[in-house]
Design a protein around this ligand. Structure first.
Ligand SMILES: C[S@@+](CC[C@H](N)C(=O)[O-])C[C@H]1O[C@@H](n2cnc3c(N)ncnc32)[C@H](O)[C@@H]1O
Length: 304
C-alpha cells in the first residue's frame, strides 16, 4: 500500500493531477483541457492514481468524474504536510488558471441556457423532470420574520411564497432574463418587500454573516462547484442561521444535461451531507422524498 502510493506520486504530472483533484471533480475531457495533454496520457496517469487508491471515480450516467479519494487513510494522514508542497509546484499557477477557465465554461453554459429559456422555463421544469410536492415542507422550516436569501430564484415562484411569510427577502440569480421574469411576477403580485440582485452563487453579492436563512431550491445541480457554493452560503449566513436546500437525488436521466443544462445528475444523500459538514454546517438533516411513478426523488436538507 505504502509503496504503491509512493510510486503513484513519484511523477511530476501525477502530482499536478492530485493538486487539481484535491479541490474539485473533473472528467477526463476537462482534464485534457486543463493540462493541455492528450486523452491517453491523462487516462494513463489517472489509472495509476486510481489503482493506488488516491483517486476515486464518480459515475454520472456515461460520464465519469475523478476526485481525490476521501477514504484513503494513509493519504489523509499525509495530506496536511503534502498539500502546501503541492502549492509550490512550478506549474501550479498555470494549472489553477486552466481550472478556472474550465469552471467558467461550466458556468457560462448554465447562464446561456437560462438566459435563452427564461420565458418557457416554468413549462420546461414542470413537464421534463416532475418532482414530488415538498415546497410546504420546506417553507414551514423558514424562521418567520427573518432575513431570507434565495439563491437561484428562477422565475420567482418560491420567492413570492417566502415574501408572504414576512421579513426581508433577497433573491440572487446570475441570469438577467430569469431576474426579469421574476421582477415581472413580483410587480404583478404587489409584493414590495423583495430585493433582487444579479450575482453568482459562488460569489454572492452580500457581506459576511448578513442573512438568517438561505434557501437553495433546485439550483445546486446547476453549480460548477457545489462544494464552493456551500462554503459561500455559509459565509453569508449569520451565526445560528439556517440553510434549507432541496435538490434532485441521484438519477440517470442523462438528457437533463442537454435539455435542462444540468451539470450534475442529482446528488447522493451521503455525498451532500459530507460536503455540508466539510463546509462547516452542523445539525445536518437530509430527507429523501421518493416520488410517485414518473417523478424524480428529491433530497430535502436543513443545516445550521
Ligand atoms: C432550476 S432553476 C431554480 C428555480 C427556483 N429556485 C424555484 O424555486 O423555482 C435554477 C436557477 O438558478 C440559476 N442559476 C444557475 N446557476 C447559477 C449560478 N451559478 N449563480 C446564480 N444563479 C444560478 C438559474 O439562472 C435559474 O434561474
Amino acid at each position: 500500500m505504502l509503496l504503491e502510493l509512493c510510486k503513484a506520486l513519484a511523477d511530476p504530472c501525477r502530482l499536478r493531477l492530485i493538486a487539481v483533484l484535491l479541490n474539485g471533480e473533473f472528467t477526463v475531457q476537462e482534464l485534457t483541457r486543463i493540462f493541455a495533454m492528450g486523452q491517453s496520457r491523462i487516462s494513463h496517469h489517472l489509472k495509476i492514481l486510481t489503482e493506488a487508491g488516491l483517486l476515486e471515480v464518480k459515475r454520472q450516467g456515461t460520464w465519469s468524474y475523478y476526485r481525490a479519494s476521501p477514504t484513503n487513510r494513509l493519504f489523509a494522514a499525509l495530506r496536511p504536510a503534502f498539500e502546501p508542497e503541492l502549492e509550490l509546484l512550478p506549474e501550479r499557477s498555470r494549472d489553477l488558471t486552466a481550472v478556472t477557465a474550465v469552471l467558467e465554461e461550466r458556468r457560462r453554459r448554465s447562464l446561456e441556457f437560462f438566459d435563452r429559456n427564461a420565458r418557457q422555463w416554468d413549462d420546461l421544469a414542470r413537464t421534463l423532470l416532475p418532482v414530488p410536492e415538498y415546497r410546504q415542507q420546506l417553507l414551514a422550516q423558514v424562521p418567520a420574520g427573518s432575513t431570507v436569501l434565495e439563491v437561484g430564484i428562477g422565475t420567482g415562484n418560491l420567492l413570492l411564497e417566502l415574501a408572504a411569510r414576512g421579513g426581508k427577502v433577497i433573491g440572487v440569480d446570475h441570469s438577467p432574463s430569469m431576474l426579469e421574469e421574476a421582477r415581472r411576477r413580483i410587480a404583478a403580485s404587489g409584493m414590495g418587500t423583495v430585493e433582487l440582485r444579479l450575482g453568482e452563487i459562488s460569489h454572492l453579492p452580500l457581506p459576511d454573516a448578513s442573512v438568517d436563512c438561505v434557501v437553495a431550491n433546485m439550483v445546486l445541480h446547476h453549480a460548477a462547484e457545489p462544494v464552493a457554493v456551500l462554503a459561500e452560503i455559509r459565509r453569508v449566513l449569520a451565526g445560528g442561521g439556517r440553510l434549507l436546500l432541496a435538490d434532485l437525488a441521484r438519477h440517470e436521466r442523462e438528457w437533463a444535461r442537454e435539455k435542462l443544462a444540468d451539470q450534475w445528475l442529482g446528488f447522493g444523500a451521503e455525498e451532500l451531507t459530507g460536503w455540508l459538514t466539510t463546509a462547516g454546517f452542523t445539525d445536518v438533516c437530509c430527507e429523501r422524498l421518493a416520488g410517485s411513478a414518473g417523478q424524480e426523488a428529491v433530497l430535502l436538507v436543513s443545516a445550521s
